[in-house]
Design a protein around this ligand. Structure first.
Ligand code: ARG
Ligand code: ZN
Length: 854
């Protein structure tokens, strides 16, 4: 069953008020719902309420029990004569048997909810679509000893004793919201409290709720929350609007976190941190996700989405906002580099594969499959391009207009773009193609110069590749920041200029260019495109030294390394000199921030090298990359040793400077290991033992896990025993091994799937082994197909428990077109096996069948 965007119709019935009463019991929870319903316009349709797999125990209309209702295809039909009625239903559900983790479910003995996108219908009968906004009041009753804490959306109203060891609490959310933002939590939790005073003087009580033992690991998240609240006031003029803001962390969660109004629910990996158990990367991720969910209060909750095709309206914009927040906490350049690396790792392959879809899709079978890097991260790039085209002042005026005009309304991507146009006077007609056309545009750039101070001519071309269902594309509007540098003097020859490339080809002329110019293009990654330029290795090395845009400088270095690796993979050997010299110069430059240096000297991933080739040869890519790593390690050994000697502060401090130092030091350790210096394993093991923080300990473990040294086994055992009772750290133990570059990685992963601590029931654990293995290019793509079979086995088993998480892990199998015939056949065999499974979920079916066709 395919849902189409063009079929959108406004809801037949509205629900201005919703009252819910939960009688909580993990095995049998009673949900009593009272909905005030209003006929929306003149029609004679019955009331239709969604209710996945449910049958009502009772239906009451205006106080009178009725039986002229019917349930068909998971919908409850109730004929109604008037225009306004009160509807009551009651259902019974079993949170402790909910393994899908959608709707009301149990995690670690506590009860919580996840409703986005369509989980609310698993809790009660309701028009479960984002354009039905309702005011909710909620009453929770539960056993006081087992569930001392009872939370829901909005503000607390009252609480009391319910007799027989039970108690109750009432919550009221004054802001109309769609059902996907509904949340409740009942549990045995402790709280880390603070408060925040908004710009207009409202005091907000903040609380982060976790198990007692986790309380000491909540300060970082709480701090990040306060920073986010202040940032959104300062940068977007957005204040918080309730008296309380609660966050609850749970161990079993299908993704990162959820922005439920006033009651965010988080995967514990995005809340819990202390230096001993969380890496710098985890600390960054926590701050980013806390900010993201908080920012949704405006971009998502106050202004929500009309239908799920508009998902990027809230997600793309909110990712853009959280990226801006993170950029302001440390190095904006390094943050941009990390975001672009993430986009290239996750979104570019999606855009060039069988699951490619536009930022505003036209159809879907299962909406859960569209919480993708395209909707989130490419969506954020669209907002960034509009911000670039408008400039900061007009962009802020446009977001003010958007928030103001659509407050309390379920809006569309078109509404957002229209505000951008109205506030700036710019015409974004052609820009809208970014919402409808999938695929990563490819831009060709070549620069010619008349020697002797003459004219320079830049020829630009664009091509948007075909994607499933979209064979022919129109030229897009691409904002490209460009600057020319003089090859002799190393100085800029022009100002930075913003070129809006809007046709298939265009020529730009620069007059009186006094020396040979070198092209810096797509500075700051101003457009999410692939640049194909004819710049020589020497020019790229030049830019890596002289470009004044840090991203462009990083990019030149990456392109140089990429060209070197591609040559190595295709020809079996490559000239490493230019890359080695560029890395040496970068390491030698004292003016560069350490974090930037660490990013710049890192080689592109095996997968990214594969993306450049017409047919991926995982072994050849691995060998080429190891050869370059070894050469860089050996030739620059002194420099790596110097970098390694720059120890960060003890005890651990989480700050941009200290993070940068740790990062560079661990990159240096990796290169020393690649060089095969005799003391590499000893250095790593020593670091593993003495580190006072997880960043250094995990980096050392990562180095050891890919080595042949016996210290590898020792380190894995020590790590396991030390953290056996910390699930988030055990995830790292599984993940590090799944990412190993050893020849036996696939066998190790298969053995780990039988480990007593492995379970598919916990999504973090499943992702840490099965998900990580899927991105280990060489191990996963073993020529005998063992990797493909393993993944398919795991997906089939996981689908029975948790279809949403299974479907998320499928994409590596869909990349068969990118490989040789033998591998392609082996991958297709597994996809066919999946599709043929009886009782397959629609989540996994959609992903697997599209992967076969696309
Ligand atoms: N809205 C949440 C967030 O971006 C994620 C919800 C994901 N839902 C899903 N069905 N995958 O913060
Ligand atoms: Zn989000």
């Amino acid at each position: 069953l395919v849902i189409r965007r063009e079929d959108y119709r406004p809801p037949a019935w509205l629900v201005p008020d919703t009252r819910l009463a939960f009688d909580i019991d993990p095995a049998a929870t009673r949900v009593h719902a009272t909905l005030s319903v209003l006929r929306n316009g003149a029609h004679s349709e019955p009331l239709r309420l969604d209710g996945a797999g449910q049958t009502p125990l009772s239906v009451v209309v205006d106080g009178v029990a009725v039986n002229d209702w019917r349930v068909e295809d998971d919908q409850l039909f109730i004929p109604l004569s008037g225009d306004a009625h009160s509807i009551e239903t009651e259902v019974e559900i079993a949170p402790d048997r909910n393994t899908q983790l959608m709707g009301l479910y149990a995690s670690g003995g506590n009860i919580c909810t996840q409703c986005e996108a369509e989980g609310f219908r698993r809790i009660t009968f309701f028009p479960d679509r984002p354009d039905v906004l309702s005011r909710y009041s909620v009453r929770l009753t539960a056993d006081r000893a087992r569930f001392p804490v009872l939370l829901a959306n909005g503000d607390p109203v009252a609480q009391g004793d319910a007799g027989e060891g039970r108690h109750w609490a009432e919550w009221n959310d004054p802001f109309p919201k769609p059902s996907y933002l509904f949340a409740l939590v009942a549990g045995d939790l402790q709280v880390n409290r603070d408060s925040f005073v908004t710009e207009s003087g409202r005091t907000v009580e903040l609380g982060i709720w976790v198990r007692a033992a986790d309380l000491p690991r909540t300060d970082h998240a709480l701090h990040a929350l306060k920073l986010s609240m202040a940032w959104d006031e300062r940068v977007y003029g957005r204040e918080y609007d309730l008296d309380v803001f609660n966050i609850v962390a749970v161990d079993d969660f299908n993704f990162g976190a959820m922005e439920n109004k006033g009651l965010n629910i988080f995967n514990s990996r995005y809340i819990l941190a202390d230096p001993d158990t969380a890496t710098d990367y985890d600390y960054d991720g926590i701050a980013a996700v806390v900010a993201h969910e908080y920012f949704h209060n405006w971009s998502g909750n106050r202004v929500t989405c009309r239908d799920w095709f508009q998902l990027s309206l809230k997600e793309g914009f909110t990712v853009y906002r959280d990226q801006g927040f993170s950029a302001d906490q440390g190095s904006a350049a390094v943050k941009r580099i990390e975001d672009v690396r993430g986009l290239r790792a996750a979104q570019f392959p999606e855009d060039s594969g069988p699951l490619a879809h536009s930022v505003r899709p036209d159809e879907y079978q299962e909406i859960s499959n569209f919480y993708t890097a395209t909707i989130y991260n490419k969506g954020a790039e669209l907002i960034r391009m509009m911000a670039t085209i408008l400039g900061p002042t007009a962009f802020r005026a446009a977001t003010d207009l958007y928030f103001d005009r659509f407050d309390g309304i379920a809006a569309t991507c078109e509404d957002f773009v229209a505000c951008m146009e109205e506030a700036s006077g710019k015409d974004l007609t052609q820009f809208r193609l970014w919402y409808s056309q999938a695929g990563t545009p490819r831009v060709s750039a070549s620069l010619e110069h008349q020697p002797g101070g003459g004219r320079a001519t830049l020829r630009l071309g664009q091509r948007v590749p075909p994607t499933p269902g979209q064979p022919v594309k129109q030229p897009m509007l691409l904002p490209l920041k460009i600057r020319l540098f003089g090859a002799e003097t190393g100085r800029p020859l022009t100002d930075e200029r913003l070129v809006l490339l809007d046709s298939n080809s265009e020529t730009i002329v620069f007059e009186a260019v006094t020396e040979r110019p070198v092209l810096s293009i797509n500075r700051g990654f101003s457009a999410p495109v692939v640049i194909e330029s004819d710049r020589s290795p020497a020019d790229l090395a030049f830019l890596s030294r002289h470009d004044d845009d840090p991203f462009a400088r990083y990019e030149a270095m990456q392109q140089l390394m990429l060209d070197t690796l591609v040559a190595g993979a295709v020809e079996g050997r490559a000239d490493h000199e230019a890359a080695i010299a560029a890395v040496a110069d970068t390491l030698d430059n004292p003016e560069l921030d350490r974090a930037f240096v660490a990013e710049a000297v890192l080689l592109p991933s095996e997968a990214f090298v594969g993306d450049q080739l017409s047919s991926v040869d995982p072994e050849a890519i691995f060998r080429a990359r190891e050869a370059l790593r070894r050469d860089l390690g050996r030739r620059l050994e002194d420099r790596w040793r110097t970098a390694y000697a720059q120890a960060p502060q003890i005890p651990y401090v989480y700050s941009p400077e200290e993070k940068g130092k740790r990062r560079l030091r661990n990159v240096a350790l990796g290169y020393l290991a690649a060089a095969g210096v005799p003391d590499a394993a000893t250095l790593a093991f020593r670091q593993f033992e003495v580190a006072d923080n997880m960043t250094d300990r995990q980096a050392a473990l990562t180095t050891l896990v890919s080595s042949d040294d016996d210290l590898r086994i020792a380190a894995l055992d020590i790590f396991y025993n030390r953290y056996a009772d910390n699930p988030l750290v055990l995830d790292k133990w599984f993940q590090t091994q799944a990412l190993s570059s050893r020849d036996d990685a696939a066998a190790t992963v298969a053995a780990l799937a039988e480990h007593p601590d492995f379970t598919l029931a916990n999504p973090n654990r499943a992702r840490s082994l099965v998900g990580a293995f899927g991105v280990n290019q060489r191990a996963f793509n073993r020529p005998d197909g063992a990797g493909y079979r393993f993944l398919a086995d795991q997906l089939i088993a996981l689908d029975r428990l948790n279809p949403q998480t299974a479907a998320k892990l499928l994409p590596p199998l869909g990349r068969w077109r990118r490989f040789d015939e033998d591998r392609a056949a082996l991958m297709r065999e597994q996809l066919e096996r999946i599709v043929a499974q009886p009782g397959l979920s629609k989540d996994l079916f959609e992903q697997a069948s599209k992967s076969l066709d696309g």
